[in-house]
Design a protein around this ligand. Structure first.
Ligand code: DQA
Length: 165
């Protein structure tokens, strides 16, 4: 394991609606890897990179908005150094999530959006990305690797900004 000294990052990973069904849902598009397997990979990557990873999934837009806010505006000991988010279908519909992501990014905390599928190459509704307008960056189309690259990017950005907690 790499030595990261005493500095530690806390990264929140959020999964939006229907992502609890990964592995069963539309395998041709999303593959057979389950959410638990993706989370396991991210936790291992976090250990390698000296970052504590917390993962949550919700089908509820309001709950996701509250969790995004918590990243930068929660009680000081609850805040995170960065956020990886796959908002699922809310990526294309939710102004409330866009506003929450924008507030966190304006606060100086990195947010990277991850998509398993190539959303930019799908139907016109899915090509419209609302939350991505505010995100620090977007990684799309690489299956579970999208999450891993998004986590790597958040960790790099948070270290550049000295956001260790
Ligand atoms: C998704 C793409 C969305 O359009 C869809 O609603 C999802 C998954 C992806 O990871 O490719 O639920 O966010």
């Amino acid at each position: 394991m790499a030595d990261h000294g005493s500095s530690s990052l806390r990264v929140l990973v959020l999964h939006g609606p229907n992502l609890n069904l990964l592995g069963e849902r539309d395998q041709a598009l999303y593959g057979t890897v389950t959410l638990a397997e993706i989370e396991e990979r991210l936790h291992r990557l976090g250990v390698d990179k000296g970052a504590a990873i917390e993962s949550r999934q919700s089908n509820s837009e309001g709950e996701l908005v509250s969790w995004v806010q918590e990243v930068a505006f929660g009680a000081p000991e609850q805040r995170f150094s960065g956020l990886v988010i796959n908002p699922g279908a809310y990526s294309h519909t939710s102004l409330a999530l866009l506003d929450a992501v924008a507030a966190v990014v304006e606060h100086g905390t990195p947010v990277v959006e991850a998509h398993l599928s190539r959303v930019h190459a799908r139907d016109s509704e899915r090509r419209r990305l609302l939350t991505a307008r505010a995100a620090s960056g977007v990684i799309s189309g690489l299956g579970p690797i999208s999450y891993e690259l998004a986590l790597d990017a958040v960790i790099l950005l948070a270290r550049q900004r000295n956001l260790e907690r």
